[in-house]
Design a binder for this molecule. Structure first.
Ligand code: AMP
Length: 535
């Protein structure tokens, strides 16, 4: 009997790609219209039907408020997080507070959660894959950026489940790209994955030895990607038009969406051409006569407009290499991931910086899905592949002054565990609480809230344990007991606090029950407070 394929899915900021392995060869799923790469966009059309992919992207210009794109940047983030505050106004649709304080979007008269949005894309991918692979597809390995925190990974898993998929593994994108490059090739190399996608820049250094893929360091910038290159062109185009006609186009949402599309198209064309003219008819009117936007742009001008963005990627590469004392010349191969790496300036600068051209033959927009499919295919084969990853951002706890005390540092190999002693509850209280955060800042307000651990008097130490997928578990030790907790909250501090209040009432009732029952109750209630989202 033929085994059902495990889909490898790269759920990208801009595009989603799906691959599978047939006869040991990973390939992107082929469809009637080409390969299974579709825009990660969903929309509500004129008839109030949900549409996904190209059809959704096509209506972005005429219906920007009901076209959801770039949602990967919000998934698994609390609405009140600094990241969401920074980004929310940059999209044509409304970013709102959803259930449990998570970020959600408004679509027509509904509030849709981000896992629901992603599940629509995944569900579409699954349907198309089933049609073209001629059978059912239930299992998947889904990739996520290396910097995704615990909540974000959990939210992607949830999206997979909502799409009817059993998510066998979450894999980090750079690790997947390295797998696509090195699986079964018997390499003994140190490689750098340079991933410049639509919204983010990610850099990871891996050591490959046969089929052991060990990430040694990772880093990047969650606010640096292709859209920043587009923004530079948009700024230039608007300025040129304003100089000529004294008209500011930036207030008109529909014109701005047209300018955005034209800027991105020009940027992509300039990867092949040396100059072009951006031309958009009827962007404004004067004395009843339509005005055309017409701006010429050369590759050299584009390079000038964006060279500081490219510089920044190399600063980040050097920072990541510096954490392990590695020199750029110690890198054996540079693997490119992400559409923006097609820009000639990026490739020239890679050649200069690392003293070698980037590796050809690894497709920048397909390799992550291919690597995820390879992992999916080898999961039930013992020792087929070993992945050793690192934590991309520190995990720690809040101190009493709003500072961040790191418990697990970034670039620690995972799986790993760290124990630390916990102070007893204050005064005569029965319980104490610790807020858990993840991020690179010394102040908790700048980091991402993961959850609150509540522990009883008698607990002496706590252990943070990261599994191979980077998902955090917490256990409490004390009084000869050890309790396991899965920290998988999607709640905000206030919503968790409400849950804790309810819990206290329940606990008072429990206090009247025999001891064994009390203990089970305590365990269940900690799980309930912390584990509000099931995985
Ligand atoms: P990804 O998130 O990997 O799908 O990358 C999408 C980003 O790559 C978008 O910002 C695209 O504009 C950009 N991109 C795609 N193709 C090209 C190209 N040929 N030249 C420059 N940028 C590109």
């Amino acid at each position: 009997m033929r085994r059902e394929p495990v889909l490898g899915i790269d759920l990208g900021t801009t595009n989603t790609c799906a691959a599978h392995v047939r006869n040991k060869v990973p390939t992107v799923v082929s469809t009637d219209t080409g390969r299974l790469v579709l825009p990660s966009v969903i929309a509500l059309n004129q008839r109030s039907d949900i549409v996904v992919g190209n059809v959704a992207k096509e209506q972005m210009v005429i219906n920007p408020t009901k076209t959801i794109h770039g949602h990967k940047r919000f998934i698994g983030r609390p609405f009140n997080s600094p990241f969401v505050r920074h980004l929310a106004g940059k999209f044509g649709y409304d970013v709102v507070e959803g259930p449990d304080g998570q970020t959600a979007v408004s679509l027509g008269d509904r509030v849709v959660t981000l896992p629901e949005v992603s599940s629509l894309v995944l569900s579409h991918v699954r349907t198309v894959a089933q049609q073209h692979l001629d059978g059912s597809v239930r299992e998947a390995v889904i990739s996520v950026p290396a910097y995704y925190n615990d909540n974000q990974r959990a939210a992607v898993k949830r999206a997979g489940e909502l799409a009817g998929l059993e998510v066998k593994r979450i894999i980090n994108e750079p690790t997947a790209a390295a797998l696509a490059y090195g699986f079964n090739r018997g390499f003994d190399q140190r490689v750098l994955v340079y991933d410049l996608g639509g919204g983010t820049f990610d850099v990871s250094v891996l050591e490959l030895q046969g089929n052991v893929f060990q990430v040694v360091a990772t880093g990047g910038d969650t606010f640096l990607g292709g859209v920043d290159f587009d923004d530079r062109i948009i700024g230039y185009v608007l300025e040129t038009f304003q100089r000529e006609y004294k008209i500011d186009l930036s207030d008109d949402a529909v014109v701005m969406q047209r300018v955005r599309n034209a800027a991105e198209a020009a940027k992509m064309d300039l990867s092949l051409l040396s100059n072009l003219v951006i031309s958009l008819p009827y962007v404004a009117a004067r004395k009843g006569r339509p005005l055309e936007l017409r701006v010429s742009l050369s590759r050299e001008e584009l390079n000038e407009l964006t060279s500081d963005l490219v510089d920044r990627t190399f600063q980040l590469c050097d920072e990541v290499l510096g954490t392990k004392g590695i020199d750029p010349s110690d890198i054996d191969e540079v693997i490119l991931v992400g559409g923006q790496t097609r820009m000639p300036l990026v490739q020239e600068r890679i050649h200069r910086h690392f003293g070698r051209p980037a590796r050809k033959g690894v497709h920048p927009e397909e390799c992550v899905a291919l690597g995820a499919a390879l992992l999916g295919d080898s999961l039930d084969q013992i020792d087929a592949v070993t992945l050793i990853d690192v934590l991309s951002m520190p995990i720690g706890i809040a101190d009493s002054k709003g500072g961040f005390k790191k418990i697990i540092e970034s670039n620690e190999s995972i799986p790993c565990r760290r124990s630390f002693s916990v102070p007893p509850p204050l005064d005569d209280r029965e319980y104490a609480e610790l807020d858990v955060y993840q991020g690179g800042s010394d102040r908790i307000v700048d980091n991402e809230y993961l959850g609150t651990v509540r522990y009883p008097r008698g607990a002496q130490s706590m252990t943070f344990r990261l599994d191979e997928e980077g998902i955090l578990g917490v256990s409490l030790e004390g009084d000869g007991h050890c309790k396991e907790i899965t920290l998988a909250t999607c709640g905000t501090p206030p919503s968790l606090r409400n849950a804790i209040e309810e819990d206290i009432i329940r606990r008072r009732q429990l206090a009247e029950q025999p001891e064994a029952q009390q203990d089970a109750g305590l365990f269940a209630s900690i799980r309930r407070v912390l584990g509000r989202t099931s995985r």
